[in-house]
Design a protein around this ligand. Structure first.
Ligand code: AHR
Length: 630
């Protein structure tokens, strides 16, 4: 076999093809990349985040040696209106100390012997209260690993800071705040960070996870979501608001904790400034995605005549990223510590907000951005590939308004990826380019990773049509799984890349600049069908699909015997919403040793919602040995 490389026959440039997509789901930020060790530091967790949540979530009251105190949530005199709740310790008997203990994320707060931890708290006290606050890092059995003592001097909210060095290594420790005396002590924004964050930035990112991202060498980073961008109310001051970037910059105590649509609370400690900083640190171009004024899940729609502030958010963001210090938002960026611009080149409007209200609103954003910033590349949205007409509508809108790129998403079986290797072959070079903003095959096995690698060669060779592509989701905390598979898994002290991660890394490390013609000779033609033994079970699998009915009927060709495998009216294929999100195989029927050649199989289904296609597998139910029909 020989390869002929024609270096003078040049094709499309690959540009920024392979990047990453960060969304705070699976506790990717809080309890993940954002290195804060205290869970619920500002006592803002609320049932609106998750039905089981409450303001003392992650905290326990401590009463030592006969101490007695009441711990309540105050709201009459908050630090500021965006941080409305705080803890009140009302001491009845001091004993050996009373106060609060934070349990951290996962199994506790991870500390290492000799490492320094940066503690801070906002506190105030009643005039009658004069005792200091003792802060310790302790093992679950009460062994003290490190301590600091703070004099709470004022009846007004004051920030106190101290460094605690741990004398032990323990991945399940606690942060304990104890006091004595009489009266009331008020606490808020209780925070503990490892001093060792990524590039030593205070209040920064977990070193090990950020390093894994940097090691990918991504060309870009899409953020902050995903569905968390558009899911929420239209009022930016609402804790249930859509993701509004202006809420995410400045001192962390002034950022409102937010309901994250992945059913937890998001502190916004990792906000837009930090996202831009991270992009710069790892050499990735930033690609922010802003809500387009339409929440498709709850049908919340910004009236067209009230769209200006939303469009202004987009224009201001561009100025925040690129304006010099003479501009309003450029000056704010400079004041936050970054006088140089961040060099924003792309901006996305909407994430899967496909539906007519989005397509009515998109042009207003597009025109305003292009008018002020003609070179800015504006990304439209076509949403999930299988969504059918909405998907086509996204492309229609993109062509009509000359969007630079169209964001399309799909999650499917590895076989789908293999079978669709040619998907972009016929896309046109003069159309908007594809931003494959989310894709993954359902699994973290080597087989999945190989299928994705094969597919990525198809993305590369179609660089005339595909501008950007990023796997999703990126991160998952093993104890807070909203969605799987994911590229990187971690707990509170360990992090691992999956085979899919190493495939992404391979392509990012070796992304070429431009296509050239390569011809192969002397190779055997690849078989066009995959042969496999057929026996075992039958299963149905889908990604977030529900059906009015589905019936599978098997008729034995020899004797006419009918096997009706399942039916329902109406039914969803998966048992839980989580299963659907996870793409978990949903119904599997083990038929043992069936002679499949002898059967005629009929599947009838009517889709109610979700992607159009789903997979009917027959053959062995293990991942490797199966066949899929769509
Ligand atoms: O990547 C997980 C989710 O999948 C994203 O939030 C959303 O855009 C898509 O539906």
């Amino acid at each position: 076999p020989a390869l002929t490389v024609r270096t003078k026959e040049r094709g499309a440039e690959l540009g920024d093809l392979f990047g990453i997509f960060f969304e705070d789901l699976n506790h990717a930020a809080d309890g993940g990349l954002y290195a804060e060790l205290v869970q619920n530091r500002s006592f803002e967790f609320d049932p609106i985040d998750h039905p089981d949540y409450h303001a003392f979530m992650g905290w326990e009251k401590v009463e030592r040696g006969g101490g007695q105190a009441e711990a309540t949530i105050g709201e009459s005199q908050p630090i500021n209106s965006r941080n409305p709740h705080y803890a009140v310790i009302d001491i009845a008997a001091e004993g050996n100390g009373v106060g609060l203990m934070n349990l951290g994320f996962n199994s506790g707060i991870p500390v290492k012997q000799g490492d320094r931890y940066l503690f801070s708290v906002f506190a105030r006290r009643d005039a009658s209260f004069h005792e200091p606050l003792t802060v310790t890092i302790e093992g679950a059995d009460g062994t003290v690993y490190g301590e600091t003592v703070i004099e709470v001097k004022s009846a007004d909210w004051t920030k106190y800071e101290a460094v605690i060095t741990s004398a032990a290594t323990d991945m399940g420790s606690r942060l304990v705040l104890l006091t004595k005396g009489q009266g009331k002590l008020y606490l808020d924004m209780v925070s503990l960070f490892p001093e060792k964050t990524y590039l030593k930035r205070p209040g920064g990112l977990r070193e090990d996870i950020a390093k894994l991202l940097a090691d990918l060498k991504p060309k870009f980073m899409r953020f902050p979501g995903g569905c968390l961008v558009h899911d929420g109310s239209l009022n930016p001051d609402d804790r249930n608001s859509m993701y509004r970037w202006k809420n995410t910059i400045g001192p962390v105590e002034q950022r409102p904790a937010r309901r994250n649509n992945w059913r937890y609370n998001q502190t916004l400690g990792l906000g837009y400034y930090e996202y831009f900083q991270l992009c710069e640190d790892i050499g990735a171009k930033p690609i922010p995605i802003l809500p387009g004024g339409y929440d498709p899940h709850h049908n919340r729609i910004v009236p067209i005549e009230e769209l200006s502030p939303w469009i202004q958010d987009a224009l201001d963001l561009i100025e925040f990223a690129n304006g010099d210090a003479s501009t309003t938002w450029g000056a704010i960026r400079a004041e936050l510590g970054h006088p140089e611009p961040f060099g924003l080149e792309y901006i996305g409007i909407g994430n899967e907000e496909v539906g007519e209200p989005f397509f009515e609103r998109y042009p207003y954003f597009h025109r305003a951005i292009k008018e002020k910033y003609p070179a800015m590349k504006v990304i439209n949205s076509s949403g999930p590939f299988a969504a059918g007409t909405e998907y086509e509508r996204g492309w229609q809108s993109a062509r009509e308004h000359q969007s630079d790129l169209v964001d399309e998403h799909y999650y499917s079986s590895p076989e789908w990826f293999l079978a669709n290797y040619h998907r972009y072959d016929n896309f046109k070079a003069d159309d908007p380019k594809v931003f494959l903003g989310e894709y993954a095959s359902w699994g973290n096995t080597y087989y999945n990773a190989l299928a994705e690698a094969a597919y990525m060669t198809g993305l590369e060779k179609n660089a005339h049509a595909v501008g950007l592509a990023c796997y999703a989701p990126l991160l998952c905390n093993v104890d807070y799984v909203n969605w799987k598979p994911d590229m990187i898994w971690f707990n509170n002290h360990e992090v691992y890349g999956t085979p899919n991660y190493y495939v992404q890394q391979l392509f990012m490390h070796h992304q070429g600049d431009q296509l050239i013609t390569i011809e192969a000779s002397g190779l055997e033609a690849a078989p066009n069908d995959i042969k496999m033994p057929i026996n075992g079970g039958l299963s149905l699998e889908t990604d977030r699909c529900s059906f009015r009915y589905w019936d599978i009927v098997l008729v034995n060709n020899d004797n006419g015997e009918v096997k009706k495998l399942n039916s329902g009216l109406p039914c969803t294929l998966s048992d839980t919403e989580e299963d659907r999100r996870n793409g978990t195989p949903v119904k599997a029927i083990d038929l043992g040793e069936t002679d499949w050649e002898n059967y005629t199989i009929t599947l009838k289904a009517q889709r109610m919602s979700g992607p159009k296609g789903f997979n009917l597998k027959f053959g062995q139910t293990d991942e490797k040995n199966k066949r899929i029909w769509e």
